[in-house]
Design a protein around this ligand. Structure first.
Ligand SMILES: C[S@@+](CC[C@H](N)C(=O)[O-])C[C@H]1O[C@@H](n2cnc3c(N)ncnc32)[C@H](O)[C@@H]1O
Length: 183
């Protein structure tokens, strides 16, 4: 059922009118439902998953597909600056357990993106049923109303956040290097 939701609702909405570059980072792939969809959209995909067991299961499943899976924390990305042409995360931000860590993750994402690259994603909007679903999980729901401001505070530009019934999507761009800007 989740695969169907991801394929027909989440990924098409997240990517509507946006194109990412060639080398993409996915944060929080979990079991890889979103990763499988992304495989069709890019030829150079790296996944960063904080749960070592999920990371090694996904690495085994993706072996031979050209997808690189790394165990690590999106709030301390174990990768060099400015190496990705795009970054994505789906239904994972609220699993980063505090606003402080989420904001650190946003700053880490902008660090590893090349100038002018896009960070996009989706997350759920907190509701009674979603709180019940996560009753025993340590989560920090993201408020879409102030998420634009948080993306800007991390350094992103061209920020867009759209809310629909159960979820929101966001897009934001790392600004061009100052020296590259005209005028
Ligand atoms: C609900 S799952 C979403 C999986 C997938 N993106 C999807 O939509 O099907 C959230 C995933 O994010 C991972 N995660 C949480 N915090 C993370 C962090 N700081 N860095 C990387 N991954 C993280 C969790 O371990 C989990 O696998």
């Amino acid at each position: 059922m989740w695969r169907n939701v991801v394929e027909t609702h989440i990924i098409p909405w997240a990517f509507e009118d946006v194109e990412l570059g060639a080398k993409i980072l996915e944060l929080g792939p979990g079991p890889g439902v979103t990763t499988t969809c992304l495989g069709g959209l890019t030829s150079d995909l790296t996944c960063l998953e904080i749960d070592p067991e999920s990371a090694s299961t996904l690495a085994r499943r993706m072996a031979g597909n050209g997808v690189r899976v790394v165990a690590g924390d999106g709030a301390a990305i174990p990768m060099a600056d400015s190496i990705f042409d795009g970054a994505v995360c789906f239904t994972m931000l609220h699993h980063v357990p505090s606003v402080v860590l989420q904001d650190r993750l946003l700053r880490e994402v902008i660090r590893v993106l090349r100038p002018e690259s896009v960070f996009l994603g989706t997350d759920s909007v907190a509701s009674g049923p979603s709180r019940l679903f996560h009753l025993f999980d340590k989560i920090a729901p993201v408020n879409p109303q102030d998420f634009s401001e948080r993306l800007r505070a991390a350094g992103f530009a061209n920020v867009q956040v759209d809310v629909r019934r159960h979820e929101f999507r966001f897009r934001a761009r790392k600004p061009a290097n100052r020296g590259d800007q005209v005028g």
